[in-house]
Structure formats: structure tokens, C-alpha cells
Design a binder for this molecule. Structure first.
Ligand code: C2E
Ligand code: MG
Ligand code: MG
Ligand code: MG
Length: 290
């Protein structure tokens, strides 16, 4: 501890900081065994085509069921996994698990997977993705990779090379959390994005408290739509937000108004027991609340 004063201890730290560091070290230790112990799980949240009401696919979102702490949210462990490099094996597990899950769905449904900037530093990223697709037996066209502007800024060349290779294979690329980063228009043009996901902070402001915040949010939505890519609004929680997004020609929506992230068994129910072998033209619908 901070008081013991032995060699290598951090005597100069404030007790609070010392406590935080200890907590991080213990979380890090636990995370190292969590993958082997099967404590991670993926939940899946649908994204929905506004005009038809059809489900386009599901985004995989990581959950950690810690034996003592209970549920630990990604906000608490992703950045630690990035700092320790554990995100690389963890991210590989996510890719394999999510692709295997999607293999059980009708093949018009996409699987969206979040990638950390750190994963792009591994030369194995593209082969790992190709292998995950091949062993699940799903087409690259069904995979959507979500990257944030932070990833692009941190390691622009490596990210550009990997995303271009993947895009050439038919994988779709989405820019996540749009509006929160620093991407210039030239980034948006240079990178092979198929989709822009408008950050939840703007979507919630669509029905926000002040005229000004509502105007800014709507301008962000219209700007995203004007780029001519598929636009997905994240974090849609109300009918009012949906109506504004529809009026502004946003293509897809995702959020608690439709469904929270759900377990794999629930996905099976939502898609109505249809299997990949189903021959008829797929019409997957979710009840549009409201
Ligand atoms: P994200 O990719 O932007 O995911 C959207 C987050 O918003 C998810 O939080 C989702 O549960 C939440 N959300 C969805 N709809 C609503 C809504 O209507 N209202 C509100 N309040 N929240 C909504 P979650 O699952 O806690 O994930 C947080 C972030 O952690 C993700 O943001 C993503 O950046 C990261 N993450 C999650 N899973 C993975 C993963 O497998 N790999 C990597 N690298 N990052 C991941
Ligand atoms: Mg995402
Ligand atoms: Mg997002
Ligand atoms: Mg986010």
C-alpha cells in the first residue's frame, strides 16, 4: 500500500489514486482469466430499416459476468483491455463468436462488430477476420465492422490498409459514434465507409431541452445523410426521435425504442425461428413500438 513505503511502492501517490491503481490491477488480473473461464458473453442489438420496419441485422455487444462483481460494463473494461493488450485475444473471441452466431440466422441479416484501435496494430487482424468468416461459413457481405474516429486518428495508415483490404473482400465498414470525434471531411472521403452511425448524444438532443441543441442535432443528422452513405441513428429511445429521423431521411435506427441488446436465445425468438435454410424471401420484422 501507499503507507508501507517499501522499494518500488508509489509513496508519492495520493491514497485515492493508489486505491484506483489497486482496483485496476485487480480488474486486470481478473480479466486475464475471464476469457478462459467463459465469463464473457455477447448480447445482440437489432438495427432496423426505417422505411420498411425490417431488421437489417444485429450489433454484437460484449458483456462480462464477473463471479464476484456481477455484471461489468464495457465502459469499465474495454479501455483496460486496450491498455493491457488483452483486447487482441478478446477481440478475436468476439469476432469468432459473433460470426458463428450469425451463421444461425437467415442470411439477409448482418452482424455488426466493434473493433478497437488497438486491434489494428496486430498484423493478424485481417487474417483473423477472414478465418472467423470462413470457419463460421458466412459471406463477408454479412459482416459490418464498426470503427471510431479515434481508431483512424491514432494509426491512420494501418487502419486505412486493413479497412481497404477488408472492404475489397466485401466486408462493410461503419464509422461509429459519428459527430463525437475529430474526423475531417477528407477522412470521410478517403476511408472506405459504407455507413455512418450517428452518436446517441445527438439523437437524444433531437428531442432536447433547447432550440439550439435540437437544431445542432438535426444539422448533424442531415449532414450525415448528405454524405450519401447508409446512416444509422444510435440510441433511439422515443417515437418523437424516430419521427424526426424519418423526416430527415435517416436510413436505419437502433435503440431501446426497438430493443435493448439481448441474449442469443432471444435473437432466435425475434427472428421467428427462421433458419439459414429457409427458402422463401426473407421478411424479418420487429414490432415498431409506439
Ligand atoms: P457502441 O458501439 O457505440 O454501442 C452502443 C452502446 O449504446 C451500447 O452500450 C448499447 O447497449 C447502448 N445503447 C443502445 N441503444 C441505447 C439506447 O436507446 N439508449 C441508451 N442509453 N443506450 C443505448 P454498451 O453495450 O455498454 O457498449 C458501450 C461501448 O463499448 C460500445 O459503444 C463500444 O464502443 C464498446 N464495445 C462494446 N462491445 C465491444 C466489443 O466487442 N469490442 C470493442 N472493441 N468495443 C466494444
Ligand atoms: Mg458500435
Ligand atoms: Mg456507437
Ligand atoms: Mg458509443
Amino acid at each position: 500500500s501507499a503507507k508501507s513505503g517499501g522499494r518500488g511502492s508509489f509513496r508519492f501517490f495520493e491514497p485515492e489514486l493508489d486505491r484506483l491503481l489497486q482496483a485496476r490491477r485487480s480488474l486486470e488480473r481478473d480479466m486475464r482469466s475471464a476469457l478462459a473461464n467463459g465469463e464473457f458473453e455477447l448480447h445482440y442489438q437489432p438495427f432496423i430499416h426505417v422505411a420498411s420496419g425490417e431488421t437489417c441485422g444485429f450489433e454484437a455487444l460484449l458483456r462480462w459476468h464477473h463471479p464476484q462483481r456481477g455484471m461489468v460494463s464495457p465502459a469499465q473494461f474495454i479501455s483496460l483491455a486496450e491498455e493491457t493488450g488483452l483486447i487482441v485475444p478478446l477481440g478475436e473471441w468476439v469476432l469468432r463468436t459473433a460470426c458463428a452466431e450469425a451463421a444461425k440466422w437467415p442470411d439477409d441479416l448482418k452482424i455488426a462488430i466493434n473493433l478497437s484501435p488497438v486491434q489494428f496494430r496486430s498484423p493478424e487482424l485481417v487474417p483473423v477476420i477472414v478465418h472467423a468468416l470462413a470457419s463460421a461459413g458466412i459471406s463477408p457481405k454479412r459482416l459490418e465492422l464498426e470503427v471510431t474516429e479515434t481508431a483512424i486518428i491514432q494509426d491512420s495508415e494501418a487502419v486505412f490498409t486493413a479497412l481497404s483490404q477488408l472492404h475489397d473482400l466485401g466486408v462493410r465498414i461503419a464509422l461509429d459514434d459519428f459527430g463525437t470525434g475529430y474526423s475531417s471531411l477528407s477522412f470521410l472521403q478517403k476511408f472506405p465507409f459504407d455507413k455512418v452511425k450517428i452518436d446517441r448524444s445527438f439523437v437524444s438532443e433531437l428531442s432536447g431541452a433547447t432550440d439550439e441543441s435540437r437544431r445542432i442535432a438535426r444539422a448533424i443528422v442531415r449532414f450525415a445523410v448528405s454524405l450519401g452513405k447508409t446512416t444509422t441513428a444510435e440510441g433511439v429511445e422515443t417515437r418523437e426521435q424516430l419521427d424526426i429521423l424519418r423526416a430527415d431521411a435517416c436510413v436505419e435506427v437502433q435503440g431501446f425504442h426497438f430493443s435493448p441488446p439481448v441474449q442469443s436465445e432471444k435473437v432466435a425468438q425475434m427472428i421467428g425461428g427462421r433458419t439459414p435454410a429457409a427458402a422463401e424471401r426473407p421478411t424479418v420484422r420487429l414490432a415498431m413500438a409506439g
